[in-house]
Ligand binder design. Structure first.
Ligand SMILES: Nc1ncnc2c1ncn2[C@@H]1O[C@H](COP(=O)(O)OP(=O)(O)OP(=O)(O)O)[C@@H](O)[C@H]1O
Ligand SMILES: [Mg+2]
Length: 307
């Protein structure tokens, strides 16, 4: 992915009506009744190249990009998360794994500022979530466990709307949207109302919304693979690895261990609100020589292997 300079191939993959929209955003006058696609792309590239020269240098994330220190959350008498310490660096995918009710979703909801911590400190890209909530939240791309979204917008409207909220120039959002619509094979649904989308397609729409922003990203993804079909899952995993390799910081919750093993550089294993294990696969294997695989390590740490 190119953060600032627009490649001609990115524009060439856009549909006719998207090119016209892009021309409007860039104030390129279109007088002729019929226009040649190649002429329009030439004009668009001339204008985009002018803008690329003025574009800001790419963002470099703070290291660590995510910091949680002694974070706790109580719901009444129930402690959902207990004194959790967690860091994610740029260039890392960290897997938050644990059984149902372990506290994964609660952790991600605190990190994204949706719910408040009972105690503890959270920082995103150098911004204290309590003192600079807007700056901290602006950096995080979040996919909730149960995706919800404005039902009366079309997916295209939703993506352009999120891009505007995050201050992404409209031309950039239009070009990026096409890239991710292709990646997630979403063409058939891009003009559908969000309220009519299936779970997996809604998840794709939210992902396209997140990725319309400027990389590198700080991502908090709650079971992002779960609703996707095998092709969608494969594409997302490939993309997440690419983003990791270009400096994004990614925290992903899952109880599907194959996903975790396949994707994450390190794991944080939670059980009933506590961290019960952490480390890379190799480190965990060394700590638990009795276990044959990640599944056995996980089961040992979270209540034992069933008889
Ligand atoms: N708003 C809430 N009010 C009361 N209890 C809550 C609330 N949100 C979460 N909990 C409780 O906190 C605990 C942790 O829940 P959480 O959703 O974080 O688990 P999880 O690890 O994401 O589980 P799963 O794998 O099932 O998604 C659970 O016992 C849950 O019932
Ligand atoms: Mg959850």
């Amino acid at each position: 992915m190119k953060p600032s300079v627009t490649a001609r191939t990115d524009v060439e993959r856009m549909r006719g009506e998207e090119l016209i929209r892009l021309a409007r955003v860039l104030n390129i006058p279109i007088f002729k009744r019929t226009i040649k696609r190649s002429w329009l792309i030439d004009e668009l590239m001339k204008e985009l190249e002018k803008r690329d020269e003025l574009s800001v240098p790419p963002v470099i994330l703070e290291s660590p990009a995510i910091i949680l220190k002694k974070v706790s959350k109580r719901f009444g008498k129930k402690t959902a998360v207990r004194s959790l310490d967690l860091e994610v660096n740029p260039g890392e995918i960290v897997g938050l794994v644990g059984p149902n009710g372990a506290g994964k979703t609660t952790t991600l909801r605190m990190l994204t500022g949706i719910i408040r911590t009972t105690s503890g400190f959270i920082q995103v890209n150098g911004h204290d979530l309590k003192k600079e909530p807007i700056l901290a939240k602006q950096r995080v791309g979040y996919i909730p466990e149960k995706p919800t979204c404005y039902p009366s917008l079309t997916a295209r409207e939703y993506v352009m709307f999120t891009a505007r909220i995050y201050g992404v120039p409209q031309e950039t959002a239009l070009i990026r949207m096409r890239e991710f619509v292709d990646l997630f094979q979403f063409d058939e649904f891009i003009d559908s109302y969000v309220g009519t989308l299936s779970k997996g397609n809604l998840q794709r729409a939210l992902l396209i919304g997140i990725f319309s922003r400027e990389p590198p990203f700080v991502l908090a993804l709650d079971e992002p693979i779960y609703g996707l079909d095998p092709r969608g899952a494969w594409n997302l995993k490939k993309l997440l690895r690419q983003l990791r390799d270009t400096g994004s910081a990614i925290l992903i919750s899952t109880h599907i261990l194959e996903v975790a093993a396949d994707l994450c550089d390190r794991f944080v294993i939670m059980n009933e609100g506590d961290i019960v294990g952490r480390g890379s696969y190799d480190q965990l294997r060394k700590q638990h020589p009795e276990a044959a695989n990640l599944e056995e390590i996980f089961l040992n740490l979270t209540g034992g292997i069933p008889e």
